[in-house]
Design a protein around this ligand. Structure first.
Ligand code: CP
Ligand code: NVA
Length: 299
């Protein structure tokens, strides 16, 4: 997506949430179906996709990664060509990002990234919607991500660059954005700095929103103990929040680990917007699916 499309999707998401886009006589995606293939666990992504598609009038088919064995039971290309015969769009959660790209190359239907080891774009766009909802603007807003330069951090950096948000990552040495990501970012967004720091307090200075995520992502369970030590100085607690603006939002994609990446007092405190943030996943994905899947009943 380009900046204009991203902006249009956000406007549509906000309209859908406020109810301003309803009512419609016929649901736009009546009779359509969405396939979901998840190689990793999920609450928010799976349910918000299914709920979004149901609200648009369609139905979903959930496939556990192990059951279909993409690239194991059969080739990625065969899977993509066959599933394209049954459903109108596919949301995929994988380990290797390359699997999603390969699926998209061979499928004749839209393929949506529902999280890979490299990116979580629907999360980041819903997060932009949340910032817009509570700050009334995106341009010039300062967003500080404290933690691992992971899938969520990378997608937030990209969404921020698209929408004029000033993004900064605060991470321990060795957990910064990977080189290949930084190179692609610079190609896509010439002139937009990809900022990172090893000092969380300095990075959080004057931020409008402070964001964190788990220290060990799905698939990194064996590193969890080691990461708990390395990331300990990067917990978002009341002291770190005090470095941000007094009206700063606290955001977390969830699931959260209280007492690790975030203190309970912050996650459950007055600045936290994590529940509306989770809710917005559904509205953004409604806007996205409505755009990707042309319903024959679209008004
Ligand atoms: N934030 C998010 O993607 O949550 P799930 O892993 O539960 O889908
Ligand atoms: N970085 C986390 C996000 C979970 C929604 C993970 O990949 O496990």
């Amino acid at each position: 997506v380009d900046a204009e499309e991203a902006q249009a999707l956000l406007e549509r998401s906000v309209a859908l949430k406020s109810g301003g886009a309803e009512p419609r006589r016929t649901p736009p995606l009546l009779g359509r179906s969405l396939g979901l293939v998840f190689e990793k666990p999920s609450l928010r992504t799976r349910v918000s996709f299914e709920a979004a598609f149901a609200r648009l009038g369609g139905s979903s088919i959930f496939l556990r990664g192990k059951d279909v064995g993409i690239g194991v039971r059969e080739s990625v290309a065969d899977f993509a060509r066959v599933i394209s015969q049954y459903v109108d769009a596919l949301a995929v959660r994988t380990f290797a990002h390359a699997t999603i790209e390969e699926l998209a190359r061979h499928a004749s239907i839209p393929v949506v990234n529902a999280l890979s080891d490299d990116a979580h774009p629907c999360q980041a766009m819903a997060d932009m919607m949340t910032i817009l909802e509570f700050k009334d603007r995106l341009e010039g807003v300062k967003l500080c991500f404290v933690g691992d330069g992971n899938n969520v951090a990378r997608s937030l950096a990209v969404a921020s660059a698209l929408l004029g948000v000033e993004f900064v990552l605060a991470c321990p040495r060795g957990y910064d954005f990977p080189k290949a990501f930084a190179v692609r970012f610079a190609e896509h967004f010439p002139g937009v700095p990809l900022r990172s720091s090893n000092d969380p307090a300095e990075a959080a200075d004057g931020a409008d929103a402070v964001y964190t995520d788990v220290w060990a992502s799905m698939g990194q369970e064996s590193e969890a103990d080691h990461r708990r030590e390395i990331f300990a100085p990067y917990q978002v607690d009341e002291k770190l929040m005090a470095r941000a603006r007094p009206d700063a939002l606290f955001l977390h994609c969830l699931p959260a680990h209280r007492g690790e990446e975030v203190a309970s007092g912050v996650l459950d405190g007055p600045q936290s917007r994590v529940i509306p943030q989770a809710a917005n996943r559904m509205y953004f994905q409604m806007a996205l699916l409505e755009r990707l899947v042309r319903g024959s009943n679209a008004e």
